[in-house]
Design a binder for this molecule. Structure first.
Ligand code: SF4
Length: 244
């Protein structure tokens, strides 16, 4: 059983992949991304399905290889992002975050908020969070349906509050498809975030991942409407629309 109360060494981290250099995954920072294995949620649009199992596979990157990267890229990279899967599922995350901080890097975290207690254990060392908002926070059932699991909404609300109370910078982001989110939902999400002090919101329009089976229908270029996009911009000035 996972237990964040006992510090698991970083060497136990289950890494699925490492992107050694990116300028788009941690705002304002050149970074590397460490993708961790495991996610309990089942979003229909998931691009990283192969990472959802916790089972390690032959050839997976090791923590030692990440440590080598940390030493080699000093001065060239600003930060390390932990992504996944759901990185907060991995009990070795707090130890890994601490080591990355000790090497002088900023830490970014991509999470859906599935593990509030685990998030709480490491949030004080995290500099920035990319927080998925899977659905309309005012509609728990629909939220859980998007995440493909009961209880997702509850976990998200708890994680959101942890991030908010910690005062850490974050970008709320929603992957959207008209099949599971209406334009009204998008407006409600933006308002809900605004009321809670969010200043950045990114709408990521669903696109099919290469080789993805059972993909959803492509999203028309005209969705969401120009009027909805304008409204979203009015609600949250730092609103970003991503179609790629
Ligand atoms: S939370 Fe992320 S990794 Fe998990 S199923 Fe959803 S999209 Fe995939």
């Amino acid at each position: 059983m996972l237990n964040f109360d006992v510090l698991t060494p970083a060497a136990a981290l289950r890494i699925a992949a490492v992107t050694p250099f990116t300028s788009i995954d941690f705002p304002g920072k050149l970074s590397a991304v460490v993708f961790l294995r495991g996610c309990p949620w089942r979003c229909s649009y998931c691009h990283n399905r192969w990472m959802r199992s916790r089972r390690s596979e032959e050839g997976d990157p090791t923590w030692a290889s990440v440590e080598t990267l940390l030493k080699k890229r000093k001065g060239l990279l600003d930060g390390i992002v932990f992504s996944g899967g759901e990185p907060c599922m991995d009990p070795a995350l707090p130890a890994a975050v601490r080591l990355v901080k000790d090497e002088g890097y900023a830490v970014g975290l991509h999470t859906s908020g599935a593990y509030p207690r685990h998030l709480k254990d490491c949030i004080s060392l995290v500099d920035w969070v990319g927080l998925d908002v899977k659905g309309n926070p005012e509609d728990p059932q629909a939220f859980d349906a998007v995440a493909g699991i009961n209880g997702a909404h509850k976990a998200f609300l708890e994680s959101f509050e942890i991030i908010r109370r910690a005062g850490v910078k974050y970008e709320a982001r929603t992957t959207a498809h008209p099949g599971f989110l209406g334009e009204d939902d998008l407006i409600t999400i933006a308002r809900w975030l605004k009321e809670r002090g969010a200043d950045t919101y990114a709408l990521q329009i669903y696109r099919k991942a290469p080789g993805m089976e059972n993909a959803l229908d492509p999203v028309p270029e005209t969705w969401p409407s120009a009027a909805t996009i304008e409204k979203l911009r009015t609600i949250i000035p730092n609103f970003v629309l991503r179609r790629e």
